[in-house]
Write a protein that binds this ligand. Structure first.
Ligand code: HDD
Length: 714
């Protein structure tokens, strides 16, 4: 791979001082005493009780007894990496944030991806929102963009966050189910919360089962504000667009991956970085001048709404690259503490009521999770600028600040540390004019909940719509209370009548639109209504919302299974292997067991997997390697069912398959023989341009448009 290992960056240099290398060192206690025997406790004699004075045993066990900290209340399951953010466009015009001012400037980052609902040990492939939290270690202090892979949220006000999370987490009486929204309490809540409808469309789409963390978009969700050095204010929405495109797995695969490799996303991120295939995203912004705040038919402060890119294009201003795995999961990924309130001058909040509540929640949660107000001193959380203030003390204080002065104003310390003027980089909140009554209420501009849910649904391709519909059927089939199913279908009718009807038909309820307080009778959701909206100039479909329109020109880091046994044709196999690897793909050999495979010319291939230790769902594409003897070996092996199942599953999940020379006997045993396949992602050695066709089909990710055909549904 072309990418080189990361050069030094200010954060990695700082972390270096806290990193210990045990190689060639002697074992010690935590006090630095060299240990002579790490096998046996100190006893009063042979077969006698252990002595209380064994301080080495006591220290070891005491540390062990306290090695767990509370997991995050949400986003407990995650994985992270170091990287760098490079500015590609000078943005001084809009913000005085220094890391967004000098073109070419590089800022160290740490990014943590996560699922929301599951516990720390849960599967990566749960249907869920993914967290995409970025800590920028800037020269002006840490800036945290605590984002998700979905651009909208379930609720409009932080007051409802504990209710949402309680509803989606395992039910409180029996703590079931783990990492799944497919249960009564979640859908009970959602069916009573019309404002969640737009988010539900995203959550039931394939966006909620990504192929990889590296193939997800990131969104800041809320409107934030940029402020330039003249004080001019613009609203801003943040976007990360993956250079590998946005791709997902199919739901039946997600469930199988959860059993086969619950660390699928973790492993994928780790291995890609380890192999030098550094994940990259374009960082983009949607900019809205402050005076245009009310130009939209939704409220910019409403986090259940996105700004269609047709209205405000995304301007790309930088690149985010992840280029180094952590040295220690706990010290870095587990202890990193994000907070949307970690700001730098030039960036400010909007009055989005969800964001406002978050500003309290994150520091508060760190106090119970990390146990001390000094969590900012943990190496991964430490700013690269030195911290100067009058705070001292507290659990686990690390910094030793000199002198008698821990108050301000003071004369003894010469008045230091001084507050900074704005021109010296002092942070000042936007002086926003506000007048009004103190009220506990929702703005009227927040009451419309369905138009963007419709926009999302109508922007999906047919296969995406089918997946979304099937996801709703799956989830609601797990709901055992008919009234909840019915209420939910009633909500769907506000989005699309056909969608509601087809879900209703499969879960045994009728479509009745039940009006909630604040709801009005739905506008017609059929195609004639859409046409009339279009003719009024409304946006009824947005390209950026469908994964169909994503990048499909690279096979970098895709995992291709090469299936073979003894007698395989080595030269043809090697030729394709090299071609794929040159384009950045990862080739893994699968055989009946993990003993070396002896090719027809005597060359050896070392299998990465045996058929029983892996599954088709762990690969992006399959090559049945050429050679009569190898193919017949696969057929004659005791693993014939596994081989054929592997091929059939790859086929059903719409992946590219390339059958090498001599594969007819195995094709004839598979589902492919029973169908007149027409899609270009099934390639046999008899076709022309086989390598190019295979590469194009892998880059295309999946032949979703042939899903019905491949599954025998047409
Ligand atoms: Fe949150 C963690 C993203 C609403 C309260 N949130 C957390 C993480 C992400 C998000 C990515 C994991 C950070 C990590 O990797 O350590 N949260 C969001 C987004 C939201 C959102 C994009 C809405 C747009 N969150 C939200 C609300 C509240 C919280 C409304 C509370 C009022 N979130 C938390 C938290 C967590 C958290 C309880 C758990 C662990 C942590 O903060 O550090 O405070």
């Amino acid at each position: 791979m072309e990418n080189e290992k990361p050069g030094s960056n200010a954060k990695l240099d700082q972390l270096q001082n806290d990193t210990i290398d045990n190689s060639n060192e002697k074992l010690t206690t935590n006090q630095g005493l060299k240990i002579n025997n790490n096998q046996d406790s100190l006893k009063a004699g042979d077969r006698a009780p252990t002595l209380l004075e064994d301080f080495i045993l006591r220290e070891k066990i005491t540390h062990f007894d306290h090695e767990r900290i509370p997991e995050r209340i949400v986003h407990a399951r995650g994985s992270g990496a170091h990287g760098v953010f490079k500015l590609t466009k000078n943005f001084e015009k809009y913000t005085k944030a220094k890391f967004l001012n000098d073109i070419g400037k590089e800022t160290p980052v740490f990014v943590r991806f996560s699922t929301v609902a599951g516990s720390r040990g849960s599967t990566d492939l749960a249907r869920d929102v993914r967290g995409f939290a970025i800590k920028f270690y800037t020269e002006e202090g840490n800036y945290d963009l605590v984002a998700n892979n979905i651009p909208v949220f379930f609720i409009q006000d932080a007051m409802k966050f504990p209710d949402l999370v309680h509803a989606v987490k395992p039910e409180p009486d029996h703590e079931i189910p783990q990492a799944s929204s497919a249960h009564n309490t979640f859908w009970d809540f959602i069916s009573l919360m019309p404002e969640s409808t737009h988010m539900i469309m995203w959550l039931m789409s394939d966006r909620a089962i990504p192929r990889s963390y590296r193939m997800m978009e990131g969104f800041g969700v809320h409107s934030f504000k940029f402020i330039n050095s003249d004080g001019a204010v613009h609203f801003v929405k943040f976007h990360f667009k993956p250079k590998l495109g946005v791709h997902s797995v199919a739901w039946p695969e997600a469930q199988k991956i959860s059993g086969n490799d619950p660390d699928f996303h973790r492993r994928d991120l780790w291995e890609a970085i380890d192999n030098g295939a550094f994940p990259e995203w374009d960082f983009g912004v949607q900019i809205i001048p402050e005076e245009n705040e009310h130009d939209f038919d939704f409220d910019l402060l409403d986090p259940t709404k996105l700004i269609p890119e047709e209205l405000v294009p995304v301007e790309i201003i930088g690149t985010l690259t992840l280029n180094k795995n952590p040295d220690n999961f706990f010290a870095e990924t587990e202890q990193i503490a994000f907070h949307p309130g970690h700001l730098v001058p030039g960036i400010d909040f909007s009055n989005d009521p969800l964001l406002q509540g978050r500003l309290f929640s994150y520091t508060d949660t760190q106090l119970s999770r990390l146990g001390s107000p000094n969590f900012h001193e943990i190496p991964i959380n430490r700013s690269i600028t030195t911290v100067h203030n009058n705070q001292r003390d507290g659990h686990m204080r690390q910094q030793i600040t000199k002198g008698k002065v821990n108050y301000e104003p003071n004369s003894i310390g010469g008045g230091c540390p001084y507050q900074a003027m704005m021109k010296e980089g002092g942070f000042a909140s936007q002086e926003e004019g506000i007048s009004g009554h103190k009220i506990r209420a929702r703005s009227e501009s927040f009451v419309e909940h369905y138009s963007q849910a419709k926009l999302f649904y109508n922007s999906q391709s047919e296969p995406e719509k089918t997946h979304l519909q099937n996801a709703l059927i799956f989830e609601l089939s797990k709901v055992t209370i008919p009234e909840i199913r019915e209420r939910m279908v009633g909500q769907l009718a506000f989005v699309d009548k056909n969608l509601a009807q087809s879900v209703a038909d499969k879960i045994g309820v009728e479509v009745k639109t039940l009006l909630q307080p604040n709801q009005s009778i739905p506008a017609d959701t059929d195609s004639s209504a859409l046409q009339s909206e279009e003719s009024e100039g409304k946006i009824t479909s947005s390209e950026a919302l469908s994964m169909k329109n994503t990048v499909k020109d690279t096979i970098e880091s895709r995992v291709i299974g090469f299936m073979m046994t003894g007698g395989v044709n080595a030269s043809a196999t090697d030729e394709l292997k090299k071609e794929l690897e040159n384009k950045g793909a990862v080739v893994q050999i699968i055989s009946e067991n993990t003993s070396p495979v002896i090719a027809s010319d005597g060359q050896q291939f070392i299998p990465d997997h045996s058929l029983s230790t892996t599954s088709s769902v762990c690969f992006d594409a399959l090559y049945v390697c050429p050679g009569d003897e190898s193919v017949n070996g696969l057929i004659k092996s005791g693993n014939l069912n596994m081989t054929v199942d592997f091929i059939n599953e790859t086929y059903r999940h719409c992946k590219a398959i390339y059958f090498g020379d001599g594969s007819e006997p195995i094709i004839s045993l598979s589902d492919i023989a029973k169908k007149k396949h027409t899609d270009p992602a099934i390639i046999t050695y008899k076709d022309s341009d086989t390598h190019q066709r295979f590469i194009a089909a892998i880059a295309n990710h999946r032949a979703w448009e042939f899903e019905k055909e491949r599954n025998g549904l047409v």
